[in-house]
Structures are given as structure tokens and as C-alpha cells.
Design a protein around this ligand. Structure first.
Ligand code: BGC
Length: 271
């Protein structure tokens, strides 16, 4: 008989980028509640990061805020030093930071293109590379996890769902998917598990316009077969599972947490 372990991440240390709000904040909190010590990375909202840190501490786990711009190589390289200085090792990276800068394609500026690619795609590359380097150095700790380290690339259904008007964003998410899978293939032999967590429409500030009025929400629900807009906690629970040994044989897979959004719901009564 299998018993649920309420603290599957006990003894592990997890770094969450973009942890001061939305999905990142919920994930940082859920990892802490599952027993991990958590580094809550932020770039521009120290008060949000501090609030999550305090919530995690109240739940009984250790937590610290960590300032860094994920698209800045020097800042990303410095972040694990502060993290490992505090917690001794790193077991889990949740690379979550992401932004949207929407525009019709013919109006999209190079700056809008580059900012989105820099944060969403290059940011995941820099953070994952740093995590892999640290995992390789520190070795396996069998008393806490079978894997040497776990990386969860948190991105979007737009790794596969095309999105007019958001071409920089969709390109960044498709890029993360191929980076995640190729990286999983490359580092699995070292005991490092890399997976993806792809949320659909989740109630956060990034898409507030799409769900905050009932007319907008009704329209959005046409894209969601399961009939509700997601909550950050829906995504956080999947991230905890991907970080834990319960998913130890899951390597290089994307878990869609999207109420069925990626199932081409437009074909339900059509085609
Ligand atoms: C975007 C949201 C959008 C959702 C579903 C996410 O990746 O950031 O703005 O609502 O995908 O389209």
C-alpha cells in the first residue's frame, strides 16, 4: 500500500526563479510546504519575494529571497553561491521567470522580440546551465533523492499552441521545449532529470485581461475543455510532483497543466 508522504522534498533545497508572484510564488510556497528549503528569486518585487519567504518560514521550512535578473549571466552565476552558502547544496531548479510583450507581427519592435527571448529563453538556459554545473559538482545524496538533481522548466502550452499576436512569446516557449528535451537527453546519464511543466490559462497578472471580467472569462473558457480557468496552485502541485522521487522515472517530458487547452478544443464541434 502506498502512503502519501506530506514532505516528499524533505532535506532538499529548491531554487525558484520569478518566485515573487503568480505561478512562481505558488510553486515556491508548495515546494516549501513539501519540505524543501527554498530560494525565492525576484528581479523587481522584493516585497513580494519577502512575503513568500515569510509564508514558507511559517509553514516550517527555510527560505531566502535572492535578487537576480535571469537574463544577466553575471547575476545568474552569482545566485547559486548565495543559495548554496545558505543551504549547503542545490537539488531542484524551477526555471519559471517569463514575460509577455505582445504586438501584431508587423509592429513588433526588435526590443520587444529581444526582451522576451532574453528573459524567457536565454534566462532558462543560463539558470539551467548553472544548476547542471552545481549538480555535477555535488554528486548524489541518496538519503534525500535518487536523482543527482532535478530541473523543471516552467513554461506554457504555447510550446505547441500557436499564438498570433504573441509571436515572440510563442517562439520563446517552443525554444524552451526543445532546450528542455535536448538537455534531458544530454544529462540523464548523470542522474539529472529535466522535465517541463506547461500551464494553460492560469489566473495571474500576466493574463488578467483574459479572465477578470465575466465576458472575458466566458470567451477564455471556450478554449478550456475542462471548464475552469486554472489557479497557480494547480501548476505548483505538478511542479512538486516533478521535483519529487514520485516522478523518478519521468525524464524529458512536458506535463500540461491546462484543463485540456492543448487538445485543439476548436475541433470539438468542427472539422
Ligand atoms: C500566457 C497567458 C495565457 C496562457 C494561455 C500563458 O503562457 O502567459 O497569457 O493566458 O498562456 O493562452
Amino acid at each position: 500500500m502506498v502512503h502519501d508522504n506530506p514532505h516528499p522534498l524533505h532535506g532538499q533545497a529548491a531554487l525558484v526563479t520569478g518566485g515573487s508572484s503568480g505561478i512562481g510564488a505558488a510553486t515556491a510556497y508548495a515546494l516549501g510546504a513539501a519540505g524543501a528549503a527554498v530560494g525565492v528569486n525576484y528581479r523587481s518585487h522584493p516585497e513580494g519575494a519577502q512575503r513568500i519567504v515569510e509564508n514558507i518560514r511559517e509553514s516550517g521550512s527555510k527560505a531566502i529571497p535572492l535578487e537576480a535578473d535571469v537574463s544577466n549571466e553575471t547575476e545568474v552565476q552569482a545566485m547559486p553561491d548565495a543559495f548554496i552558502g545558505e543551504f549547503g547544496r542545490i537539488d531542484i531548479l524551477v526555471a519559471n521567470s517569463g514575460i509577455q510583450q505582445d504586438a501584431p507581427f508587423s509592429d513588433m519592435t526588435l526590443d520587444q522580440w529581444q526582451r522576451v527571448i532574453n528573459v524567457n529563453l536565454t534566462g532558462q538556459f543560463l539558470c539551467a546551465r548553472e544548476a547542471v554545473r552545481r549538480f555535477l559538482k555535488q554528486g548524489v545524496a541518496p538519503s534525500v533523492s535518487r536523482a543527482r538533481g532535478k530541473i523543471i522548466c516552467l513554461y506554457s502550452v504555447h510550446e505547441v499552441v500557436l499564438w498570433a499576436g504573441h509571436i515572440n512569446y510563442a517562439a520563446s516557449k517552443g525554444g524552451i521545449m526543445l532546450m528542455m528535451k535536448s538537455l534531458a537527453q544530454e544529462v540523464a546519464e548523470h542522474g539529472i532529470r529535466v522535465n517541463g511543466n506547461a500551464p494553460g490559462a492560469i489566473k495571474t497578472s500576466i493574463n488578467r485581461e483574459a479572465w477578470s471580467t465575466s465576458a472575458a472569462e466566458r470567451k477564455l473558457l471556450e478554449l478550456i475543455p475542462y471548464g475552469r480557468v486554472g489557479e497557480p496552485e494547480d501548476v505548483a502541485k505538478a511542479a512538486v510532483w516533478l521535483a519529487s522521487d514520485a516522478s523518478d522515472y519521468v525524464v524529458g517530458t512536458t506535463i500540461f497543466v491546462d484543463g485540456g487547452m492543448a487538445l485543439y478544443p476548436g475541433f470539438r464541434e468542427n472539422g
